[in-house]
Design a protein around this ligand. Structure first.
Ligand SMILES: Nc1ncnc2c1ncn2[C@@H]1O[C@H](COP(=O)(O)OP(=O)(O)OP(=O)(O)O)[C@@H](O)[C@H]1O
Ligand SMILES: O=P(O)(O)OC[C@H]1O[C@H](OP(=O)(O)OP(=O)(O)O)[C@H](O)[C@@H]1O
Ligand SMILES: O=C(O)c1cccnc1
Length: 495
């Protein structure tokens, strides 16, 4: 053991909150651990004031589920720390997953209150996976959504992910780089993310190179003598008087021996400076040289710089993307929606709240993306049904707002596409993960199917996420039934 955290048989089975295993013990002792349960994972509000989110995290979740078993050292650890019966530890040790799991395709455009994972199977097993699934989806979906907003600000300009050094730890850097790539970033500076996921990698150089040589010209020359593709960072001392002139000098001296791609600026007024730099490069005979920019950029600064007609060609974005700076949590939850009773019958469950938006929707569901064949196949909204409903059999669809039911429409020439696909069936993986480039293409297409009104950064229109009449009635019946039950209980206590 070379470091304290290296167990030779480390696993992710203990990457769960202790309360999950505590509940598993209760279910096991009470003989209900095998009861069929259905949990759904969803978030309640689109992040960053966005009109949508980009679903990411499926591949990592599959990797997690595939490797999920309690190893010897996991069991030894629980034996040492918890007062669990030995037979329960043996039960954990021997556990093989039998879960049926459904999820949207990775890269899918998704919305608040839609199940992003539906986990069905033995109650104890459903409970075990809660923490890790939330952990994965909460982070990756958040970063993919922020990345999608940044991508929409840059348009077709190349967009580089520079976040690793500012990410919340190593995993966040590589999985964040992947999430960013899904949502439209073109490359990452993280070499391991490149290796792991086959994402294009990209890199210039840091201020330390220039500081090492104490001089722009010497530093750029040394770099040019050791590299073919060159982007020189020009703002260490004085961008316009030293950085750019030195870059030009080296480019001229080296001629065809290097591929002078351009210069990077990382400080100052980037609208003003980029225009001056463009002028200097053009006048020196380098109109093809690109201007790279980085420095705390995100969709807001990028749009602002574009508005000022900044002459920036390539955008490098780190901190604000990888840390989801303006909203560090997606807030997705994992809720029990149905559970088998003692007679073996599935009984749906509901969680009430004084806040109407927080009242859960009982039962196993499917989400349908409704596109209008008369309107360029753009999305009309999403339609959540009980799982067994199939809106494809209907001639027309009556869609209404689940809270303000007077907001409604009837859609005639429509296509309904189910978003939740079976990833595992009773413990066996039945879905083949697509290559990352396909996920990325899919994300772009899914976004393009949204009307721009739902895509805009600022005050987007609220995309309809409606319940079918049957599901809505089902929910209302449960609300009334639970209210009546509580009332009766209170009355009995009073009597
Ligand atoms: N023309 C501009 N319009 C709007 N925002 C800009 C413009 N130029 C730069 N910015 C942004 O303003 C912020 C400036 O950051 P900061 O105050 O740290 O200045 P700086 O130039 O980085 O300073 P330093 O020289 O210490 O690095 C950055 O987020 C940058 O992206
Ligand atoms: O601003 P971000 O969006 O987070 O992009 C990443 C930042 O990381 C680097 O700066 P850093 O000061 O860490 O190193 P440097 O010495 O190379 O500038 C780079 O120059 C960017 O400014
Ligand atoms: O390659 C770069 O320019 C780079 C990489 C990481 C962080 N900042 C810049």
């Amino acid at each position: 053991m070379d470091t304290m955290f290296h167990y030779p048989d480390d696993s992710l089975a203990l990457h769960t909150d202790l309360y999950e295993i505590n509940m598993m013990l209760t279910y096991w002792e009470k003989g209900i651990d095998q009861r069929q349960a259905i949990f759904e994972l969803y978030y309640r509000k689109n992040p960053f004031g966005s009109g949508y989110a980009v679903f990411a995290g499926l591949e990592r979740s599959v990797d997690y589920i595939n490797g999920l078993h309690f190893s010897d050292s996991d069991i030894a650890y629980l034996r040492r720390t918890e007062n669990y019966p030995e037979a329960f530890l043996t039960y954990l040790h021997n556990m093989t997953l039998q879960l049926t799991i459904r999820a949207p395709r990775e890269g899918e455009v998704v919305f608040a209150d839609e199940p992003l994972f539906q986990v069905e199977g033995p109650l104890a097993q459903c409970q075990l996976v809660e923490t890790a699934l939330l952990n994965i989806v909460n982070y990756q979906t958040l970063v993919a959504t922020k990345a999608s907003r940044i991508k929409s600000a840059v348009g077709d300009d190349p967009l580089l992910e520079f976040g690793s050094r500012r990410a919340q730890e190593l995993d966040a850097a590589v999985w964040g780089a992947r999430a960013a790539y899904i949502a439209g970033f073109d490359a990452t500076s993280n070499v391991r993310a490149g290796k792991l996921f086959d994402i294009p990698i990209s890199g210039t150089h840091a201020h330390s190179l220039v500081q090492t040589y104490r001089n722009d010209y010497q530093a750029f020359k040394a770099y040019a003598e050791t590299h073919h593709d060159c982007v020189f960072l020009v703002d260490t001392y004085d961008t316009l008087r030293s950085g750019v002139p030195s870059a030009i000098r080296v480019a001229k001296e080296m001629g065809d021996r290097i591929n002078f791609l351009g210069v990077r600026i990382d400080s100052g007024d980037m609208a003003y400076i980029s225009k001056r730099v463009r002028q200097q490069l053009d006048e020196a005979g380098f109109p093809e040289a690109k201007i790279y920019a980085s420095n705390d950029l995100d969709e807001y600064t990028i749009l602002n710089l574009k508005m000022q007609d900044a002459k920036i060609d390539v955008w490098g974005v780190g901190t604000k993307l990888i840390t989801a700076y303006d909203q560090p949590a997606l807030g997705a939850v994992y809720k029990l929606v149905s559970i088998q009773d003692a007679a073996g019958v599935m009984q749906d469950t509901i969680k009430l709240s004084s806040n109407a938006e927080k009242v859960s929707t009982p039962g196993k569901k499917q989400v349908w993306r409704i596109t209008n064949d008369d309107k360029d196949a753009k999305s009309e909204g999403d339609y959540i049904t009980l799982f067994q409903e199939d809106p494809r059999q209907l001639d027309q669809l009556y869609m209404f707002h689940p809270q303000y039911t007077y907001i409604n429409k009837t859609v005639k020439n429509f296509t309904a596409r189910p978003l939740l696909h079976e990833i595992y069936h009773a413990g066996t993986q039945v879905y083949t993960l697509p290559p990352l480039n396909e996920v990325r293409r899919y994300a772009a297409d899914a976004l393009a199917a949204l009307w721009p009104e739902y895509r805009r950064h600022l005050n987007p229109q609220q995309y309809p996420v409606d319940l079918s009449q049957r599901l809505w009635d089902h929910k209302m019946n449960y609300i009334h039934a639970v209210r009546d039950a509580v009332k009766n209980m209170a009355k009995q206590e009073d009597d």
